[in-house]
Ligand binder design. Structure first.
Ligand code: PSU
Ligand code: MN
Length: 307
């Protein structure tokens, strides 16, 4: 065996919180490295961590730095993830080769959820999950987020799945995979940039304590581990105008196809196209959604730690 250990390494702040049983919230890093424009992304990365602290929990931004999975980044590490053009995008399946080659990469929902669960974290906040892409019949492009969440015991606070996706197909896949979905303060499945994706949810909750009770019930039931998705809609004032959303997204999807963009590049391309095509309105909606999710996740982690 090499002396190099691949065990996820917690930051000082996270290790101490875990020892003392304090609430910790996992944050993903792909949104920082590949989901938001530079240099705003670094500022957002820091701001999200501060929001978690202000809500009484400890943030654990997760990434792989020089082949080491990190649960909580220091100042320099966050700067590298946000600023370095060469940062890879790491889904769950990319972790092993990334560790072996000692690369630096940002983790997607699937990569982050896997490492967070390995490190003993139970609550995770992101923007919008990956899912089934439109034109799935031609591309078979379904985010690895779904299958990984179907076998990982973690609570993910999200503004639904990204509205660039085929939302009804994604919800159907989540049902097939047996992933529990809750609407937070709503009986509609949130639509990422939009409050309402147009689809209903079967279960609604209204407080962080209720979410913690569902988590406890999952544990009592036992059986195979799977995630709990908490769909938290973006604030009404910040949502993208649905007509603008539809119009710009149609152009984005056309251009993606014309340019032959496939695989991991699809989601960053579409998100960036929307930012430019909406004069930054989609960015405001995205940031508002993520901020709301991070704050709610901190409250859920608090309720979970206090149970
Ligand atoms: N939420 C955002 N912005 C993002 C993402 C989520 O607000 O960029 C990222 C997440 O890391 C998610 C990934 O896992 O997009 C999905 O990428 P793909 O479709 O290639 O699986
Ligand atoms: Mn994909």
């Amino acid at each position: 065996m090499s002396q190099h250990s691949f065990v996820p390494v917690p930051s000082e702040e996270v290790r101490e919180a875990q020892e003392r049983g304090l609430p910790v919230v996992a944050l993903e890093s792909t949104i920082i490295a590949h989901g938001l424009p530079r240099p705003r992304n670094l500022q957002v990365g820091r701001e999200l961590e501060d929001l978690v602290r202000a809500a009484g929990a400890v943030p654990a931004t997760i990434a792989v730095v020089d082949g080491v999975p990190r649960i909580g980044l220091d100042k320099d590490q966050l700067e590298r993830i946000a600023g370095d053009e060469g940062v890879r995008k790491l889904g769950h399946r990319d972790l092993a080769p990334a560790l072996a080659a000692r690369v630096t990469g940002a983790t997607t929902v699937s990569g982050t959820a896997y490492l967070a669960a390995r490190a003993g974290l139970r609550v995770f906040a992101t923007g919008g999950l990956g899912g089934v892409h439109r034109q799935w019949t031609a591309s078979q492009d379904e985010s690895a987020d779904l299958a990984l969440l179907a076998r990982t015991g973690i609570t993910v606070v999200c503004a639904g799945v990204k509205s660039i996706l085929d939302v009804p197909a994604t919800l159907q896949r989540l049902e097939t995979l047996g992933v529990t979905v809750l609407g937070y303060g709503t009986d509609r499945f949130p639509g990422f940039y939009l409050r309402d994706s147009g689809e209903p949810v079967d279960w609604s909750v209204h407080t962080p304590q209720e979410v913690a009770q569902v988590m406890a019930a999952q544990d009592i039931l036992g059986g195979p581990q799977s995630a709990l998705l908490v769909g938290n809609p973006v604030a009404e004032v910040d949502q993208l105008d649905p007509v603008t959303h539809g119009r710009v997204l149609a152009r984005a999807l056309d251009e993606c196809q014309e340019r032959g963009i496939v695989g991991q590049a699809v989601t960053p391309f579409l998100l960036d196209f929307l930012v430019r095509g909406t004069d930054g309105a989609s960015l405001r909606a995205n940031l508002s959604a993520v901020r709301g999710n991070v704050e709610l996740a901190a409250s859920i982690a608090g309720a979970w730690a206090a149970r």
